[in-house]
Design a binder for this molecule. Structure first.
Ligand code: 2M8
Length: 497
């Protein structure tokens, strides 16, 4: 679909914060503003996920942020990833938050998680949360390297010198996931909390949260999020928050130990989106293994194949989308969320099924929906009864998700679809707010403004040499191909869908 409404270049009028970017000058201004935001959110060797709402380092945010930073300073990008490694658990888990000891304005903070009190596997410093998030890190490291190599000189040297250490940490992380989060070798990762998915209150988790009964012993707490985002309807509800906090108590009781959690936690589900990311990340890590001369390439390719299959086998015939499975009830509840497009991130479907899924993505249930102001991916289909256009992961479009789809589709050779998502995402970002998420019908920026991963997305969508390069050939699916020009991207020509 090549609707004009998606094109940054044809966006007719200035509106919203800062005015829509409609020219190469506007796009340069967007890149400059994104760089400024990342600088402003930068702390001691880490980047706050958002200035007020999320004043610590979040796991998948930091991976995306590091890619954005690589366009500015490759050394700083590597430091960002090292900040996460500093919080890595003895099990190999990279925790979902690494806390800044000088910050106390986020809840639940380190005292509530109390990880090193309950688990000998958690580091005492830095303090961290006790769960994880989608493993996008190897994908980010590979992208950082490609940016560094394009730059050459000191940047390339710094990245090459850093890579072997990063590779070992990532290997431990992947082994943790493959072992503890998929003990039966199904090719699907298990999560213990909706927060692990990164899509906290997505309708994906409604049925699973329905099985969480909040006990009387839930310690009292004060939410901080709704003091920052004052329109509470954008955020998860109070009863959702009670469940989020109750699960933390359950995890503490289980000593944050995987086998005990598996037998006792009331929230237990497969996560098909996270599993697809893991499949793609294993392919990336296998390529990195070759670069550093490591011997684990076959092991990593084995994980990639296992999870690709797990994801492909999760497609629901009714909706055509991949689904999660509630491991407490054994049921899969098909919902129409963006996570259902998981197979497009990692491949594994046959050619016909891949084409069908791509066609669904660009159909009028999704990016082609006539009500959308840009052809971006809403987090829930506007045609679904679950669609809430302003509520967090229940409808808004997330720039970081659009970026991830554009990036992985491009990488897999689906250049046309990737280009259309990229153009639409940039058009949406043209308001200058660099918001956490956008109301997809009105394009109103919502949640936190100056969100770090949104700034990173803007930078990479504008500047990455990869958009102009030849996609990596893949044996999974039968992608469209075009010859790579080898030139750096032009802010104008590469945006035409
Ligand atoms: C959101 O999640 C945190 C909890 O982890 C929160 O709502 O307090 C999600 O959007 C998550 O995906 C993201 O990593 C985090 C920081 O941006 O915020």
């Amino acid at each position: 679909m090549t609707s004009e409404k998606s094109s940054v270049l044809t966006e007719p009028s200035a509106r919203g914060v800062g005015g829509r970017s409609s020219s190469a000058d506007g796009l340069i201004a967007m890149a400059a503003r994104a760089a400024y935001v990342l600088r402003g959110n930068s702390g001691e060797g880490m980047t706050r996920a958002a200035p007020d709402l999320y004043p610590h380092q979040w796991s998948w945010d930091a991976a995306f942020v590091a890619v954005g930073l690589a366009h500015l300073d490759v050394g700083r990008a590597c430091t960002e990833i090292d900040g996460l490694f500093a919080g890595q658990w003895r099990t190999g888990m990279i925790p979902h938050i690494v806390f800044d000891p000088d910050e106390s304005s986020y809840f639940p903070g380190p005292d509530r998680w109390a990880c090193s009190t309950f688990s000998a596997d958690a580091p005492a410093a830095p303090q961290t949360s006790g769960i994880c998030q989608p493993p996008v890190h190897a994908l980010a490291v590979e992208r950082i390297l490609s940016i560094a190599e394009r730059r050459g000189g000191d940047a390339a040297e710094a990245a090459a010198g850093w890579l072997p250490g990063a590779y070992r940490r990532l290997l431990q992380w992947h082994r943790y996931l493959a072992t503890h989060r998929d003990p039966d070798g199904e090719g699907l990762l298990t999560i213990y909390h909706g927060w692990e998915s990164g899509m906290d209150n997505s309708p994906r988790w409604d049925a699973v949260y329905a099985g969480v009964s909040v006990g009387d012993s839930l310690p009292p707490y004060q939410r901080r999020d709704i003091a920052v985002v004052t329109d509470a309807s954008q955020r998860p509800s109070q009863s959702e928050y009670d469940r989020y906090l109750w699960i933390v108590e359950e995890l503490k009781r289980a000593g944050y130990e995987d086998s005990r959690i598996r037998s006792s936690a009331s929230f237990l589900s497969t996560d098909v989106f996270m599993s697809a990311i893991f499949a793609a990340a294993n392919e990336a890590l296998a390529r990195l293994a070759v670069r550093v001369g490591a011997s684990e390439g076959d092991e990593l390719q084995g994980y990639a194949a296992r999870f690709r299959k797990g994801v492909a086998d999760s497609v629901d015939e009714g909706t055509g989308l991949a689904t999660d499975r509630n491991l407490r009830t054994g049921e899969s509840t098909p919902v129409e969320t963006v996570a259902g497009f998981a197979p497009l991130l990692c491949g594994g479907l046959d050619d016909q099924a891949e084409s069908r899924l791509l066609a669904l993505l660009e159909s009028d249930r999704w990016t082609g929906h006539p009500d959308l102001s840009h052809c971006v991916l809403p987090s829930t289909s506007p045609e679904s009864a679950d669609f809430r256009p302003r509520t967090y992961w229940r409808g808004p479009s997330w720039p970081v998700v659009n970026w991830l789809f554009a990036w992985t589709l491009h990488h897999r050779g689906q250049v046309g679809a990737a280009g259309r998502i990229r153009a639409a995402a940039l058009a949406e970002l043209g308001d200058g707010a660099l918001a956490e998420y956008y109301e997809p019908v009105t394009a109103e920026p919502l949640g936190s403004f100056d969100q770090s991963w949104t700034a990173a997305a803007a930078l990479d969508l504008l500047l990455s040499p990869d958009w102009a390069g030849r996609p990596v050939a893949t044996t999974h699916g039968s992608p469209e191909r075009r010859p790579g020009s080898g030139k750096p991207p032009s802010l104008t020509e590469d945006l035409s869908p």
